[in-house]
Design a protein around this ligand. Structure first.
Ligand code: FAD
Length: 485
């Protein structure tokens, strides 16, 4: 049995949700006169329509008035329309929940689902994201322990909430000092657990924070009761008679009592469907600046994709929501209007919110660092200077305008003559650079030349013509395909 679609998306996360929205915005809907059948098909591994994953480590874990679906389906994270499950149906999109794609054949342009259905596509968008790395991959066994938690999807978050509530007043050990570790540790404290964080690096958020920045956050966490054990790793667990973890053993010989454990040790992109078929890089599917893989019918976006980050001059795989959202919007333009769509010119943007703190980072954390602001107060930051140019910037406790200025200044990559002067100007530097009209203004982060070149109504009209043409071509192609089944 088989069906054919023009556009197929594998994955039901942030990138998939934003791409679906963009297709509909650009005329791919069932009520378009042009369509006789659904054109867009989305295959999702789990039973949940695309949602804003960052909510899981923030609002979802709050003890009071926690965020719950359907309130954070895509695209509320950018103040957009909330795509409840019925939205897909109303817009002629076939959203198949709870169905994993088992295998893919990019040469034949077909997918085989776990239910045995063959799906043909004209264009495939791979948005399979990533999975949380498990302790077993590092030789530590805890598979059956019900009080060891991971956090990647809603099912994980529900489990974490249950375990957390059953352990109130007890001891939680968080393994990992990255985003998941830091955000979960804050939530555990808010839920009245005694928290110890364990990680091998010298300070938290080691891939991004400088020692000075990390010290600020660690001291803040300590003031909330969090204990840090750094420079060592978990080697094994002790279990109680119920099979639950009762203590965590560390390489430095110490033992930490534990009523629950949260693991945040990184992710691995879900590339297995395409290994040996598409070119891989940085652990993900390598795509060009139009987000197109080594097979011209297959595109990849979000955590699974390694794309050229023009501003840093290299191919990178970013594990951040802003990149997934912007790539999703760009890929639809790249597929529907390839001639008019420019390169995906993305300014990396990461953020986090914990306790009353909130920071944003733009660009690249390479080169020399200049700190600025009041590290004993609420607003401080840093600039990264590489080869004489400002390439990255960080700010804690900024206003919307200040963050926007930081983003604009970073995108301009201004030449920095005097690091001392930059330090004394601090945030004022970004504000003044962003206010100066540059002689040649680069495109906004994540925009395409499509958006810059022409007003939106022209794009809609053109997109309509393109949809009409592609439907005609598709009808012919679909007819030919069906004859083979
Ligand atoms: C708890 C948490 C908090 C986060 N907080 C932040 C934050 O504060 N800031 C930030 O910038 N980023 C944050 N992130 C990262 C951000 O959420 C991701 O970068 C983003 O979700 C990536 O989107 P994606 O669509 O590529 O992948 P995902 O959102 O992971 O979606 C992938 C989808 O593909 C499906 N899938 C996989 N394989 C198959 C298959 N074979 N068949 C069918 N479906 C399949 C999965 O089930 C899933 O639905 C957070 C991530 C997590 C887990």
């Amino acid at each position: 049995m088989g069906r054919a679609f023009v556009y197929v998306i594998i994955g039901g996360g942030v990138a998939a949700g934003y791409a679906a929205h963009e297709f509909v915005k650009n005329g791919v809907t069932h009520d378009s006169l042009l369509l006789r059948f659904n054109m867009l098909f989305i295959l999702v591994h789990l039973q949940v329509a695309p949602y804003e994953r960052p909510a899981l480590s923030k609002g979802y874990l709050l003890p009071e008035a926690p965020a719950r679906l359907p309130s954070f389906h895509c695209c509320v994270g950018t103040n957009g329309e909330r795509l409840a499950p019925k939205w897909y149906n109303e817009n002629g999109i076939e959203l198949i929940l709870g169905t994993r794609v088992k295998s893919a054949d990019v040469r034949r342009k077909t997918l085989l689902t776990a239910t045995g259905e063959t799906i043909s596509y004209k264009y495939l968008i791979v948005a399979t994201g990533a999975r949380a790395l498990k302790l077993e991959e590092f030789g530590v066994n805890a598979l059956d322990a019900t009080n060891v938690c991971y956090l990647r999807d809603v099912a994980d978050a529900d489990r974490l909430v249950d375990v957390m509530q059953s352990c109130s007043g007890g001891n939680a050990v968080v393994i990992g000092g990255g985003y998941i570790g830091m955000e979960c540790a804050a939530s555990l404290v808010i839920n009245k657990l005694n928290v110890t964080m364990v990680f091998p690096e010298a300070h938290c958020m080691a891939r991004l924070f400088t020692t000075k920045i990390a010290t600020y956050y660690e001291e803040f966490y300590q003031s909330k009761g969090v204990n840090f054990v750094k420079g060592t790793v978990l080697t094994s667990f002790d279990f109680n008679a119920d099979g639950k973890v009762s203590a965590v053993n560390l390489r430095d010989g110490s033992k930490l009592p534990a009523d629950m454990v949260v693991i945040g040790i990184g992710i691995r992109p879900n590339t297995s469907l395409f290994e040996g078929q598409l070119t891989m890089e940085k652990g993900g599917i390598k795509v060009n600046s139009k987000l197109q893989s080594s097979n011209s019918s297959v595109y990849a976006i979000g955590d699974v994709a390694a794309f050229p980050v023009k501003i840093v001059g290299e191919t990178r795989r970013l594990e951040h929501v802003d990149s997934a959202r912007k790539a999703a919007r760009h890929v639809v333009a790249a597929i529907m209007e390839p001639e008019r769509t420019g390169e995906f010119d993305y300014l990396p943007f990461f953020y986090s919110r914990v306790f009353t703190l909130s920071w944003q980072f733009y660009g690249d954390s390479a080169g020399e660092v200049v700190h600025f602001g009041d590290f004993n107060g609420h607003t401080f930051g840093a600039y990264w200077i590489n080869k004489g140019h400002l390439v990255g910037s960080f700010l804690e406790g900024g206003s919307k305008e200040q963050y926007e200025a930081l983003a604009q200044a970073t995108r301009l990559k201004p030449k920095i003559e005097d690091l001392g002067e930059l330090e004394s100007q601090g945030l004022e530097y970004a504000l003044s650079v962003s206010q100066k009209p540059p002689s040649t203004r680069p495109a906004e982060a994540g925009s395409s030349s499509l958006i810059v070149e022409k007003p939106l109504h022209v794009w809609h009209a053109t997109a309509g013509v393109i949809v009409a043409a592609s439907v005609a071509a598709f009808a012919y192609w679909y007819g030919r395909k069906r004859k083979r089944w």
